[in-house]
Design a protein around this ligand. Structure first.
Ligand code: SIN
Length: 291
């Protein structure tokens, strides 16, 4: 008989004041029941980033755990999907037989995953397979706190506005010319036309309000003159990553980190070289249209 997990065994230890909690008493390779998954979901909406240490998951186990939270996306950049497991997007600087095993340099700018689609991702679950010691950290910013700390006039101004998100813009501004990763093809870009979402969204589970714009994907505020839109977005981008809202995750092999794309942004740090091996498997859970 397979062991199952009980909600009472799960421990939640908040990490610092910005966001994040370390979750203990849970072996992600084993099936969990509805009560345990509900417990994890609640913790996710509250802490925005959950860290599970010491997990050694097979691709099948990572996919099975991820599916407990919703259907999984297949990333538009198909070259980087794990062979035989298209639900797993591989982020890595490792090459084997001269071929990259994953996408190098992914996400080295502040963003939320899949903000450029109509129904952006609920959350992403990333398993650290190999990490360079003391390097290749990931930053996470709390977008509830960013919203809460805005002035009342700014909250009122943003309340009715929608922001446009565009994957082609990400390609032009964050990827092109960096050399380590192949640009998206015209066909891939055609599958991801620009979309707009409310600049402030309500988290469907916690019911809290979060700022929903990001520097890597958001091009402008709809219906606002371009200069004003640029100035407001630049202000919001700087505001959202104030140190008080940011947690820095130092990866260890065996970490599984589940981040909530509805209340956080993240940015991978590019401070390691070709001689360092960083290999991560990420699943991306589908979400709903932001409201
Ligand atoms: C990403 O999903 O944006 C990449 C994060 C990372 O590699 O740390």
């Amino acid at each position: 008989m397979t062991d199952t997990l009980h909600a009472g065994q799960i421990s939640i230890r908040p990490l610092g004041s910005a966001l994040g909690a370390e979750i203990g008493g849970i072996d992600l390779s084993k099936p969990a029941g509805a009560a345990e998954i509900a417990h994890v979901r609640r913790a996710l909406g509250e802490h925005c980033v959950l860290i599970f240490r010491g997990q050694a998951l097979t691709p099948e186990q990572l996919i099975a755990f991820s599916r407990m939270f919703g259907a999984l996306e297949r990333h538009v950049l198909q070259d980087y999907l794990l062979p035989g497991f298209p639900e797993i997007y591989v982020i890595s600087n490792v090459t084997e037989a001269g071929k990259p095993v994953g996408r190098a340099g992914a996400g080295q700018y502040w963003h939320t995953d899949l903000a450029y689609v109509k129904e952006p991702s609920l959350g992403s679950i990333m398993a650290a397979i190999e990490v360079p010691e003391g390097r290749g950290d990931t930053l996470f910013a709390n977008m509830y706190k960013a919203y809460d700390a805005l002035s009342e006039p700014m909250k009122t101004y943003l309340w009715s506005l929608r922001a446009v998100h565009d994957f082609a813009y990400t390609q032009r501004t964050q990827i092109a010319g960096k050399g380590y990763t192949k640009p998206a093809s015209a066909e891939q870009l055609a599958k991801t036309p620009p979309v707009s979402h409310p600049a402030i969204r309500t988290h469907p589970e916690s019911k809290r309000l979060a700022l929903y714009v990001n520097p890597g994907m958001t091009t402008h505020l709809e219906g606002v003159p371009p200069e004003e839109s640029r100035a407001v977005l630049d202000y919001l981008f700087e505001h959202a990553v104030k140190p008080a809202f940011v947690y820095r995750h130092r990866w260890q092999p065996g970490d599984v980190v589940f981040w909530d794309n509805r209340c956080s942004m993240h940015c991978a740090i590019d401070d390691y070289g070709a001689e360092d091996r960083r290999l991560m498997w990420r699943t991306t859970v589908k979400g709903d249209a932001p409201v």
